[in-house]
Design a binder for this molecule. Structure first.
Ligand SMILES: [Zn+2]
Length: 213
């Protein structure tokens, strides 16, 4: 997908080693959210969701606190992935707590993510529905490559790479998109987008959101 390659345009890709985001997934997620504070979720229309976020340059305590708050907020909203701009922070960071198609749970954090272009690899698309905490109560059909590799840095600034298949691959693409100012609804047809926004209008979010002005 051409759109997918475009999302990486603003950042310089780093070669990182593939991280183990499976071992102790539950304990790591719990430790983050125990330290964190739940923050309300920004929704479609909030400017912070519709522009490219700033690169992370300081891998410090403040970033660690942001990551903790993101895990706490993700859990409270029952999400499988959360980007920093979804709690109103203009920084390229996302967290995830997501099962792949084999039922394996992945937990991690990626700063300054860039998706691999997957050149030379057969593009197998996963047809499925997608939803977003920033488009509460709505789902829409969106085909995405069923395999993704994202490269970036961990919260300590070390170069990392994360590999995902199936639903987890979708998550990695969705969260990276967020940090470049794209929501999944931006990839839908006009009619599908309208339908999704209609669903959102008809439902009350199950978690606290930031009102749009
Ligand atoms: Zn989202």
């Amino acid at each position: 997908m051409a759109q997918q390659q475009e999302t990486g345009a603003g950042s310089e890709a780093v070669d990182g080693v593939f991280i183990d985001d499976v071992t102790d997934a539950g304990a790591r997620e719990e430790a983050h959210r125990a330290r964190g504070t739940v923050r309300p979720i920004t929704v479609v229309g909030n400017p912070v969701l519709h522009r490219e976020c700033k690169e992370v340059t300081a891998f410090d305590d403040e970033l660690a606190r942001l990551v903790d708050d993101m895990f706490a907020s993700q859990r409270a909203a029952e999400g499988v992935g959360l980007a920093a701009n979804q709690i109103g922070v203009d920084l390229k960071v996302f967290v995830y707590d997501c099962m792949d198609d084999d039922g394996v749970r992945h937990v991690g954090v990626v700063c300054n993510p860039v998706l691999d272009a997957l050149e030379g690899r057969e593009r197998v698309l996963d047809e499925g529905n997608e939803g977003c905490l920033s488009v509460p109560g709505a789902y829409g059909p969106l085909a995405r490559p069923e395999y993704a590799v994202v490269r970036g840095r961990d919260a300590a600034g070390e170069p990392i790479a994360v590999e995902g298949t199936g639903y987890f691959a979708r998550c990695l693409q969705h969260e990276t998109d967020h940090l470049y100012g794209y929501l999944y609804i931006d990839r839908l047809s006009k009619r599908e987008r309208k339908d999704v926004l209609q669903q959102m209008a008809e439902n009350t979010p199950r978690y606290e959101t930031v009102p749009n002005e």
